[in-house]
Design a binder for this molecule. Structure first.
Ligand code: NAD
Length: 483
């Protein structure tokens, strides 16, 4: 998506303009500014700088220089710096969370959780040790597999969880000895720029650079010969462009892309017990989560009761501005995404599906839609086939488990999925048939620093987190000794 230009009048307090790129250790408010909109009001509340090619060149030069010294540091030294980064996140949690809610829309408690989680994940990843592996050690040979850092990593992030999705790749890049340039989404650049400012003293000059800018800045990064790896989180369409562009310089890529996660709910669950968990897994951050539940397949025996229990959850959820106390669901983050979700809702209505809860677009400012559940919908409809990335979720009926698995897998997406049952062994056998990067049982959306996360099929390439993820920020090198 392109950077949004304000069409709404600037309202209320003066525009915030206290943001700069972090380039070679300096804060630089350069470039034609971008308007940043508060999605709860639809009004511009801040201006972000936007980097051009000159800023990118300087960031790459600084990062290449800093990399030379940083790669010589021990894992222990780099771990200490990551711990300091985690402390900076915690020390500034309240300030960063408020800014995150203003630009992203999520409720303030969830914004605080995002910052706190970024700190915990960073520490968790930096506690993993990457050791050489002895592959052969016999009378004639000793062969070891070792790893060395790649160089400069470009980290490109989306607008749904800008800090969490920057902190994971950033930790991976720096802990394994690389330098980094982060580019946040033009919709949500501010919290990442502020974080860069706060981290200025933590890392050596030039090691971490933060550049705000539009999609074209991301394109320049993927084509730049001075960048060795791209860690991209975003849509499938842009992910394909990133991979094509990175091919020209054979950059390494990790692509964390979209999903269309199915939850398969078996006939042996208590619908009232699973409904709150399923509801949260579907609607947290108003459905704007890559690994949110986006299709619910319910066995016909519990279908009616589950629909009713989910509808009850939807009716009682408090929707509003993320800064208001008690709000559980905020707005959709930007106008283009809002229009897309409303278009999917229209399409669903036109196709004759039934709106079980929600569905009314509130009057007034902001990009709001209450949590909306849809039933009696065709498997082939857009809402079932596409990634909605909003608070609009279909519930589909099945009779036969094989049919549910077939429908869950009948998609180009393969991020994650879940199976819900009172019999964990039965659920595990079904989970093992899902074509996804993560299959959860009786939960959805649970991640950890030591567990790899990423997508199958068009949901991505590679994994973040865990030693598997960390090693993808390094090049394997075999050391082969003839005795
Ligand atoms: P997007 O692809 O439009 O943009 C993501 C980032 O890429 C932005 O910073 C954007 O400026 C940049 N960009 C856009 N086109 C580019 C190009 N051709 N080359 C380089 N950079 C480019 O995605 P979005 O709308 O910001 O985010 C929503 C999407 O992200 C959803 O599909 C969601 O599922 C996905 N997502 C995936 C994960 C995951 O871990 N798998 C996590 C969060 C979000």
């Amino acid at each position: 998506m392109n950077a949004q230009r304000a069409t709404h009048a600037v309202s209320g307090s003066p525009l915030r303009t206290d943001f700069g790129h972090l380039i070679d250790g300096e804060l630089e408010p350069l470039g034609e500014p971008l308007d940043v909109i508060n999605p709860a009001t639809g009004a511009v509340f801040a201006r972000s700088p936007a980097a051009g090619r000159a800023e990118l060149e300087r960031a790459v030069t600084a990062a290449r220089r800093a990399f030379k010294a940083w790669k010589e540091r021990s894992f222990e030294e780099r771990r200490a710096a990551i711990k300091q980064m985690a402390q900076v996140l915690r020390d500034n949690q309240a300030e960063l969370a408020e800014l995150l809610t203003l630009e992203q829309g999520k409720p303030i408690g969830q914004a605080r959780d995002e910052i706190g989680r970024a700190a915990t994940q960073a520490e968790g990843m930096a506690a993993i040790s990457i050791e050489p592996e002895v592959l052969i050690d016999d009378a004639t040979r000793r062969i070891e597999l070792t790893y060395f850092p790649l160089g400069v990593v470009g980290i490109i992030t989306p607008w749904n969880a800008p800090i969490n999705l920057a902190a994971g790749p950033l930790t991976s890049a720096l802990y394994t000895g690389n330098a980094a340039i982060i580019k946040p989404s033009p919709y949500t650049p501010l919290t990442t720029l502020k974080l860069g400012e706060k981290l200025r003293e933590v890392f050596p000059r030039g090691l971490l650079n933060v550049l705000a800018g539009g999609d074209e800045l991301g394109q320049w990064m993927t084509a730049h010969p001075g960048i060795d790896k791209i860690s991209f989180t975003g849509s499938v369409a842009a992910g394909k462009q990133v991979m094509a562009s990175a091919a020209a310089t054979l950059k390494r890529v990790t692509l964390e892309l979209g999903g269309n996660d199915a939850a398969i709910v078996l006939d042996d669950v208590d619908p009232r017990a699973v409904a709150p968990k399923l509801f949260f897994a579907s609607f947290v951050n108003s459905g704007q989560v890559c690994m949110a539940v986006k299709r619910i397949y319910a066995h016909e025996r519990i279908y009616g009761a589950l629909c009713e229990a989910l509808a009850e959850e939807a009716r009682k959820a408090k929707v509003g501005s993320g800064l208001e106390p008690g709000v559980e669901l905020g707005p959709i983050q930007n106008k283009a995404q809002y229009d897309r979700v409303l278009e999917l809702l229209d399409d669903t209505r036109r196709a004759g599906a039934r709106i079980l809860a929600g569905g009314e677009v509130p009057k007034g400012p902001g990009y709001f839609l209450p949590p909306t559940l849809v039933t009696d919908i065709d498997e082939g409809s857009r809402l079932v086939q596409e990634e909605q990335f909003g608070p609009l979720v279909p519930i589909l009926k099945f009779r036969d488990v094989d049919d549910a698995v077939r429908r869950a897998n009948d998609t180009r997406f393969g991020l994650s999925g879940s199976v819900w049952s009172s019999n964990p062994e039965r659920a595990a056998a079904i989970a093992a048939r899902l074509e996804v990067g993560t299959a959860w049982i009786n939960q959805h959306r649970a991640t950890s620093a030591v567990v790899p996360f990423g997508g199958a099929k068009e949901s991505g390439i590679g994994r973040q987190y865990s030693s598997l993820g960390l090693k993808s920020y390094m090049e394997p090198r075999v050391i082969s000794l003839l005795k």
